[in-house]
Write a protein that binds this ligand. Structure first.
Ligand code: 2AM
Ligand code: CA
Length: 272
């Protein structure tokens, strides 16, 4: 069995476990602030994925939101970047619109991406160079758009911040419209399936974007930080994921012209 096939089976199994445990009481704790939640399901799912990977592949490394591998940096070999529940607030409040996300890298190069929309039983997956799929169906290449004909994904909370609002409001204004779904992994998938033309956020952790980014690349999309630089799986970044034409327009017409705000943002990401 290839690592790709193993990962596919593992994420589906993990999703089935989530469906079972969520029927019982969900235990909620707060992390860095009262709106930053984690549940017993996040922790149990990360442990389940971690233990099964290492049972089968003792030499692989795992980076997970809920504590695994946060000290890793530039390791050689296979690295799994795992978010056991992306969209925890949705999970707690809506019991849907959340995903399990996995990106797998080999010697720093992307190998395969997985985003499992658990409640819709839709597994998005891609092995680099072999196309992206929703369950068994191949996803077509995404279409080019301009901002004025695009629906973009962006969380409205960012528009309430003084400097970030300055950066993002003109983009929302110029777009056809904006949406927020509350799971970065699913929003990147919405770009990969053409439901959104682009997704923008000033701060994401590698486990939020790793799986989706690999899938998006396979359908001709592009993901970088807001300066247009490559993303790292070892640190948080600002994020723009879009079809290539919209990506270029956003970088050239909006972000590069606001490099002072983005410079401050990058500095804050580094210091946290
Ligand atoms: P999570 O549910 O795994 O925490 C919500 O808009 C999206 O942003 C979710 O994908 C959420 O991931 C992520 N998110 C929430 N708080 C974050 C933070 N402080 N840094 C980075 N990503 C965050
Ligand atoms: Ca999470």
């Amino acid at each position: 069995m290839t690592v790709y096939e193993f990962a596919k089976g593992l994420i589906l199994e993990a999703g089935n476990n989530v469906k079972k445990i969520m029927k019982e009481d969900i235990e909620i704790e707060t992390k860095s602030n009262p709106n930053d939640l984690v549940t017993n399901v996040d922790k149990a799912t990360e442990n389940y994925i971690f233990e099964n990977i290492l049972k089968t592949y003792p030499n692989h490394h795992v980076i997970g939101e809920e504590g695994h591998g946060h000290d890793l940096n530039n390791v050689t070999g296979v690295v799994w970047v795992v978010d056991p529940i992306d969209g925890t607030l949705n999970f707690v409040h809506q019991k849907e619109n959340f995903a399990i996300s996995i990106g797998i890298y080999n010697d720093g190069q992307p190998y395969a991406g997985f985003v499992y929309d658990v409640m819709n039983d839709a597994l998005y997956h891609a092995k680099v160079g072999e196309g992206a799929f929703e369950n068994e169906n191949r996803l077509p290449e995404i279409k080019s758009t301009t901002l004025s004909t695009s629906i973009i994904g962006i969380n409205p909370n960012w528009l309430t911040k003084p400097r970030l609002g300055e950066l993002f409001k003109p983009i929302v204004e110029e777009s056809r419209s904006a949406r927020a779904y509350g799971s970065a992994a699913l929003e990147i998938i919405h770009v990969a399936t053409g439901k959104l033309a682009g997704y923008i956020t000033p701060r994401l952790q590698p486990w939020d974007f790793a799986g989706g980014h690999i899938i998006l690349n396979e359908v001709g999309g592009k993901g970088t930080d807001l300066m247009g630089d490559a993303l790292s799986i070892y640190e948080p970044s600002s994020i723009v994921m879009a079809n290539k034409q919209l990506h270029a327009e956003l970088i050239e017409q909006h972000f590069q012209k606001n490099n002072e705000i983005i410079g401050l943002l990058q500095q804050r990401l580094k210091n946290k």
